[in-house]
Design a protein around this ligand. Sequence first.
Ligand code: ATP
Length: 361
Amino acid sequence: MAEIVLEGVTKRFPDGSVAVRDVDLDIADGEFVILVGPSGCGKSTTLNMIAGLEDITDGTLRIDGRVVNDLAPKERDVAMVFQSYALYPHMSVRENMGFPLRLAKVDRATIESKVEEAARVLDLSEYLDRKPANLSGGQRQRVAMGRAIVRDPKAFLMDEPLSNLDAKLRVQMRTQISRLQRRLGTTTVYVTHDQTEAMTLGDRVVVMRQGLVQQVGTPARLYDMPRNLFVAGFIGSPAMNFLGASLSGGALRTPLGDLPLDDRTRQELERRDAPRDVIVGLRPEAFEDASLARGTGGPVVTVTVDVLESLGSDAYVHFGAEGGPVTTAELEELATDSGMRDTGAGGAQQIVARLDAATRA
Ligand code: ATP
């Protein structure tokens, strides 16, 4: 078992600033948990406290049922993978990967077989005698992972391990990390500010802001049932659109027109005794081109296209609705192609707005 439990964990730095406040988190054995949030929200500090690289000011940290607040990093049996890889330039791949085992005085034959096994898993066998300088970024990253794997630790702790890679390699490595974690079944805590990584890698995602946990849940739960405006706006790309609205009869009056409410949403708002003025969250994919006329029941709004971004199969249409902020809709390329070829950006376009999720103000 390698369960990691944080109870009321707080970090106050000597200058008095509080980077992490009263965090409760229960990470199950074998779980892949992502800490995500904007720069400075306290995710690295949280990871460093689990690793033992930062002291815990208040609260309790348990690994495997044992309180480890005062244990040195090497006594916690966790392996850290950093963004910078932290490889030794004068050592070969083989020596870099075997280094933690050498430190632990493991015998030479065992080191050799563990390094070769990890190299095989990570597709590094042919590079074992190279120095890090003669490897690509992705290969260096894999060596850093290999160094963590050979120790067979209770948990992997990864701090933005992919952020030094180019976009294409990042996607490749993302799938590789996911496959590797499932295969090894090792508890993993992974820090990123990239919400795509968070949504694709994690069994559960912890969204943080200003040292506080905002929501913990599966990626689907965070996307569909964000607990507050911050999570709603942070998860999803392009971001959810927020529109000021007022409840009027069975509909929500918004700058885009009246959005009909389904029974479930109406009952939910009544149950919560929602105020008349609310904020409506509409995901970009909640819109569709009126010319496709799929009859979703939403109002048809005519908008002036500000910017059109084509992605191949889809396009993002940024438009300004009267009295409202700039809104982004994700439409099928086909629709934007037929509807906008003549007018181009700046032309009037009809869009059906469909209610996706209403978030209470
Ligand atoms: P990033 O994505 O930019 O790495 P983060 O979410 O990982 O951000 P942390 O590095 O955990 O954030 O930092 C959290 C807060 O604590 C920040 O406001 C940071 O300035 C502050 N902080 C970090 N280290 C120290 C320190 N040694 N002394 C004082 N404040 C610190």
